[in-house]
Design a binder for this molecule. Structure first.
Ligand code: HPA
Ligand code: ZN
Length: 329
C-alpha cells in the first residue's frame, strides 16, 4: 500500500553524483570498448568489491570506476542510464553532480565531459519528460588552485551549469580551503553547495564555515548540524535545504541516520532524501524513501513533505517549481 504510494510519488533528486550512477554492467561494457583494464571480469566480481566501511574505501572504488569514461558518448550513455532509471521511479526533476577533475586529471577534456552530460539532459527532457540540471563539484582533497583552474575552465559553459559543490575526502579538507574559489563562483553567478559528510571530524565546524565563510545556498548531508542548536536555528532561519542520503550513510558510517531525518522533520528543517551514488549503494530514490519509511513509519503527509521540501529548495525558477509542487497537492 505505502510501497505503491512511494513508487508513484512525484520525486525530486538533489544529491546524486553522475559518476556514482555507473552500474557494474556499463562499467564492464565501457572497460571493454575503451580497452581500460579492470581487475574484474564479471558483474558479480564488480559487486563483490563494493564492501565499503568508510568514505575513503568507497572513493577508491568510485575513482577506479571513472577510468572507463573516456569519450563524449560514454558520458552521454552514463547520464541517460541514470535519467532512464530516475524517470522510471517518477523523478520529475534532478540536480546532478559531476566531478570534472576526476576526468581532466586523467587527460579527458572538460569539454568532452560537459558536452556528453549536457546532451543527455536535453535528450532526457525530450524523450523521458524528466528535467535536470548540472552542479560541478570540486574535489576537496586536491589543491584549491586546481579547483580555481577548473572554475575558470567552466566559464564558457556557464549557461549549462547551475551551481558548484564540494565533494571527495573531507578529512583535513575544510570548506575554508576553497573560500576564494567559492567567492569567485558566486561572482560568476553560480549557486553554491558543499558536502558536509556524516560523522566527519570537525563536522560542526565545517557546517559553520559553510554558513559564515562560504555562504552556501544548500548543504549536502549536514546531519551533524543537529549537534549544535545554533546551527539548527541558522539553517532554519535561512531556509537552507539539507540533502540527506540514508542508504549512502549506512554504507560509509554503518548507520543510515534515519533518526536524524525524523529530527529534521520535527525541527521543520527542509530535509530531503536522495541517493548519492546509487549504482554503488544499490538504491535509487524509491529505495531510499522505502528505507526511511521502514525506519520511521512515515505518514503519507510526511513522505509528501520530503518531496515538497526538495522542490522548494531546488534551483529552479518559481514557475517551474510551482508546476511540480502542484503535482503533490
Ligand atoms: N561523498 C563525498 N564525495 C563523493 C561522494 C560522497 O558520497 N560521492 C562521490 N564523491
Ligand atoms: Zn555526495
Amino acid at each position: 500500500m505505502m510501497e505503491q504510494f512511494i513508487a508513484g510519488l512525484p520525486k525530486c533528486e538533489l544529491h546524486v553524483h553522475i559518476e556514482g550512477t555507473l552500474e557494474p554492467e556499463l562499467k564492464l561494457t565501457l572497460a571493454e570498448r575503451n580497452e581500460v583494464p579492470l581487475p574484474y571480469t564479471s558483474i558479480e566480481e564488480v559487486r563483490a568489491a563494493y564492501d565499503f566501511d568508510s568514505l575513503p574505501s568507497f572513493l577508491t572504488r568510485y575513482y577506479e570506476g571513472v577510468r572507463v569514461l573516456l569519450k563524449e558518448a560514454d558520458f552521454h550513455e552514463l547520464a541517460m542510464g541514470y535519467l532512464r532509471r530516475a524517470a522510471a521511479q517518477n523523478v520529475r526533476y534532478a540536480e546532478i553532480f559531476f566531478d570534472p577533475q576526476a576526468h581532466t586529471s586523467r587527460g579527458v577534456p572538460f569539454d568532452i565531459v560537459v558536452r556528453g552530460l549536457r546532451r543527455a539532459l536535453l535528450d532526457a527532457e525530450r524523450t523521458l519528460g524528466v528535467r535536470a540540471q548540472l552542479i560541478m563539484c570540486f574535489l576537496r582533497d586536491l589543491p584549491a588552485e586546481y579547483a580555481m583552474a577548473t572554475l575558470l575552465e567552466s566559464l564558457p559553459y556557464r549557461e549549462w551549469i547551475i551551481g558548484v559543490g564540494l565533494d571527495s575526502d573531507e578529512r583535513g579538507n575544510p570548506p575554508v580551503k576553497f573560500a576564494e574559489v567559492f567567492a569567485r563562483a558566486r561572482q560568476e553567478g553560480y549557486l553554491l553547495t558543499a558536502h558536509c559528510d556524516v560523522d566527519q571530524e570537525n563536522s560542526v565546524e565545517h557546517i559553520r564555515q559553510c554558513l559564515d565563510v562560504i555562504g552556501v545556498d544548500r548543504i549536502d548531508h549536514g546531519v551533524n548540524a543537529l549537534e549544535d542548536p545554533g546551527l539548527v536555528e541558522e539553517i532554519r532561519r535561512r531556509g537552507l535545504g539539507l540533502t540527506v542520503c540514508p542508504v549512502s550513510n549506512g554504507f560509509v558510517t554503518g548507520d543510515r541516520k534515519t533518526d536524524a531525518i525524523r529530527r529534521m522533520l520535527d525541527e521543520r528543517l527542509r530535509v530531503t532524501v536522495n541517493s548519492d551514488d546509487p549504482a554503488y549503494f544499490f538504491a535509487y530514490m524509491t529505495e531510499n524513501l522505502e528505507v526511511v519509511h521502514a525506519a520511521l513509519d512515515l505518514t503519507a503527509d510526511e513522505l509528501v513533505r520530503l518531496e515538497r521540501n526538495a522542490f522548494e529548495v531546488a534551483w529552479l525558477p518559481r514557475l517551474l517549481k510551482d508546476a511540480r509542487l502542484d503535482e503533490l497537492d
